[in-house]
Design a protein around this ligand. Structure first.
Ligand code: BGC
Length: 752
């Protein structure tokens, strides 16, 4: 390999007018790397080039079977290898036995941790803490790279306003700004300061784009997103990832307005390359290329390969149409050699940046000292602690020293596998600490702990165990009921039409509530749930999106007040599934709601035609959600006061300085997530009633006050307007600083 690297450098001087020299390196590119790519490209056959554009999945299959493909140069990347020894063996074949010695890029879905599992991304979003996203990704990269994995398919940046869609678990929720900052921090965490850092793992911003808006919340379904909505809502998180340097992008499965993303040159060329100047590479989703035949967008695999590459795809994941069809397509002139060269150039650039040519191999002894390191477990616990959201508390939490006995009930109390959440290929349940184990450890002999699951798993409909659970509960001072969803109920392809508690969990809660003892619900789930009636029956509700390996110790600390909840909802919780989509940044409509009436029972029998209500809401559900975006309680209370802006009129290049005072008015040291929202009152197109523009976590001692501020450049008020231009339109604005999306009183200002 060293020889080839030397040859490449030696050749670079004479390769300026190579087959690809037409492509002007964009600013910021490394001239040495571009020259090495030129050199390699000039030595590659068409088949070898197309091989770089091909990713296969192995799932630990036979190395012998992959041997010949790698030697031929028919494979550029392998997915689903995680053993350092095997990765080194595969890499050795590529480096020593293939003609040009181009190293492989080894990929894996490392979504919220490799071995040490962090809260699922929607849970990380609930922390409103970019340092959590960064450190979770950094630790995931340190662990995965110790096994030789250098590319992950994360972060998922799909905005979703539909809790039926199982994949919302993998993303950062309904809000473009929150998803942008969390996503960018995740990219930085994976990639470290430089891709050449041996612990850096190339990120992949996915699924480009609109996938989270799948019709009816059914995975893989079509979307109908207008260009303006795409630009205002669905693209910003991807743009933030591109700006953070995400090495790759993945296309999505959905067709938007009839065009599957994998064949959509508007998003892949116009937006990604021309407007954003992106110079990483684009991979398809798992055979999303081949699925264009099923969509009815391509007649056969020949057309698949042609349409994908011409749309701007660089690498095909597992579909194999590129290898089979592109040689002929180039011969016939349906795909130009320039298009192939550009794709290979984009892929090789990342391989060079990762330092794979210099250091293709992994230290096989590294993993043992890296995986599940104590510092990783502590970070995972910190993330799970900050991600928990207190939805209700009548004062029972935190549990006092007077509580001498607790009954731990419910299918999620001791579910080592399920609390890890979706997309866990590598984390082992044996390392997961459940709430049951952690509570026993925390309280020792001071509190007597009894445990009766009542139901074996979240979908369990058998009520046989409930009576035992009730007898245990009767004997305790406080009942802690752990309910929610198994990990398999969310994630890819796991969408639900009913987002209430599954199985007999509601009956279990009902029976527990009737005992008359204090009842604390601890929910562990992968999505917002319609749990209004269960919340009513409980004295307190602590909600956790699947919290990962260290979820148990985090929850135990929170219940006993060793930590104070500070998470906020990254998605609106509906009361009924029929309210979906329900999200805070909706447009006002011409008939906005004024109250939250539920009118269904007030309608007279045989009422004549009437425009009763006359507003945009449901007769039987009113308008309000169960809990709004940004909501979350603490053991203390916070008061916002003295909210002010430095001017009432701003120019377009000004910065709005917002000052406010936050006081911890309760008895616990705690952290609040202060949120800044804006409304653009009149636009050339209608604008959302509120948009999150900034947030900050503020820690205050009990009784403490702080004078705080936000700075918001007026340029951050820009949006894609009637002329499809990204501009700040002059006019009047409202501005709120508050603890959630539905509280606070607005200040007003104008932009000239
Ligand atoms: C998913 C992607 C994932 C890929 C590889 C697909 O089914 O949609 O998110 O990265 O598989 O496992």
């Amino acid at each position: 390999m060293a020889n080839i690297a030397k040859t490449s450098l030696a050749l670079c001087g004479i390769m300026l007018f190579s087959a690809c020299a037409h492509q002007q390196p964009s600013s910021g590119r490394d001239a040495k790397i571009e020259a090495r790519i030129d050199s390699l490209l000039n030595q590659m056959t068409l088949e070898e080039k197309i091989g770089q554009m091909n990713q296969i999945s192995s799932f630990g299959g036979s190395i012998d079977e992959m041997h010949d493909l790698i030697v031929k140069g028919e494979v550029g990347s392998i997915l689903n290898e995680v053993d350092a020894k095997r990765i080194n063996q595969l890499q050795k074949i590529a480096v020593e036995e293939s003609r040009l010695g181009i190293p492989l890029l080894l990929a894996r879905d490392v979504i919220h941790g490799f071995k040490t599992i962090f809260p699922i991304p929607i849970g990380q979003a609930a922390t409103f803490d970019t340092t959590i996203a960064y450190s979770g990704a950094r630790i995931a990269a340190v662990e995965a790279t110790s096994c030789g994995v250098r590319w992950t398919f994360s972060p998922m940046l799909d905005i979703s306003r539909d809790p039926r869609w199982g994949r919302l678990a993998e993303g950062y929720g309904e809000d473009p700004y929150l998803a942008s900052v969390m996503g960018a921090a995740t990219v930085r965490g994976y990639q470290s300061n430089k891709l050449s850092d041996p612990t850096a793992m190339a990120a992949c911003a996915k699924h480009f784009v609109g996938y989270g808006a799948a019709e009816g919340g059914r995975d893989y379904n079509s979307t109908e997103i207008t260009e303006r909505k795409l630009r205002n809502v669905y693209l910003p998180s991807f743009k933030a990832a591109a700006e953070a340097g995400s090495a790759s992008f993945m296309t999505s499965f959905n067709d938007n307005d009839g065009v599957p993303s994998t064949g959509n040159s508007f998003i892949l060329k116009q937006v990604l390359r021309n407007e954003w100047n992106y110079d990483g590479f684009v991979v398809t989703d798992w055979n999303s290329s081949g699925e264009m035949v099923v969509h009815g967008f391509c007649a056969d695999n020949y057309e698949v390969a042609v349409k994908s590459v011409n749309a701007g795809v660089d690498m095909e994941m597992v579909g194999y149409s590129f290898v089979k069809e592109l040689p002929e397509a180039v011969k016939r002139g349906d795909v130009s050699i320039d298009a192939i060269n550009n794709a290979v150039r984009n892929i090789l650039r990342i391989k060079f940046k990762l330092g794979l040519f210099e250091h293709p191999y992994t230290d096989e002894d590294l993993a043992s000292s890296t995986l599940y390191a104590e510092s990783h477990l502590q970070s995972a616990k910190d993330a799970a602690t900050k991600a928990a959201i207190l939805l209700k508390n009548d004062g029972i939490l935190p549990l006092s020293d007077n509580v001498k006995s607790v009954a731990i009930i419910g299918p999620m109390a001791d579910a080592q596998h399920d609390q890890m959440g979706t997309w866990v290929f590598d984390g082992e349940k044996e390392h997961t600490v459940t709430p049951l184990a952690a509570i026993k450890e925390l309280v020792g002999n001071n509190v007597s702990v009894s445990y009766e699951a009542g139901l074996a798993y979240s979908r369990d409909n058998s009520k046989e165990g409930i009576s035992k659970a009730i007898s245990a509960a009767r004997k305790a001072d406080v009942i802690l009921a752990f309910v929610g969803e198994e990990s398999i109920l969310s994630g890819e392809a796991h969408c639900l039409a009913n987002i209430g508690l599954q199985g007999a969990q509601s009956e279990l809660i009902d029976a527990l509530a009737q005992i008359g003892k204090p009842l604390v619900l601890v929910v562990i789930a992968g999505r917002p749930l319609t749990i209004g009636s269960e919340v009513e029956k409980a004295n307190a509700v602590l909600f956790n999106f699947h919290p990962g390996t260290m979820g148990g110790p985090a929850i135990a600390d929170l219940l006993w007040g060793k930590a104070v909840p500070s998470g906020k909802l990254p998605m609106t919780f509906p009361k009924y599934v029929g309210q979906v989509p329900i999200y805070y940044a909706h447009n006002n409509t011409g008939r906005p709601v004024e109250g939250n009436e539920v009118l269904i029972d007030n309608i007279p029998v045989e009422a004549g035609q009437t425009s009763l209500g006359c507003r945009s809401f449901y007769l039987d559900a009113g308008w309000e959600p169960l809990f709004p975006f940004g909501y979350g309680l603490s053991y203390t209370t916070f008061e916002y006061s003295d909210i002010a802006i430095d001017k009432t009129e701003y120019g377009k290049s000004d910065v709005i300085k917002v000052s406010y005072k936050l006081t911890n008015t309760g008895n616990y040291d705690a952290t609040e997530v202060a949120q800044l929202y804006v409304r653009d009152k009149v636009g050339t197109v209608t604008r959302p009633v509120k948009e999150l523009k900034r947030f900050e976590r503020i820690s205050l001692k009990a009784g403490e006050s702080k004078e705080l501020s936000f700075e918001l450049p007026v340029s951050d008020l820009a949006f894609w307007n009637i002329d499809m231009k990204y501009v700040v339109e002059p006019g009047d604005f409202d501005l709120w600083v508050a603890g959630n999306s539905q509280s606070g009183t607005p200040l007003t200002f104008s932009v000239k």
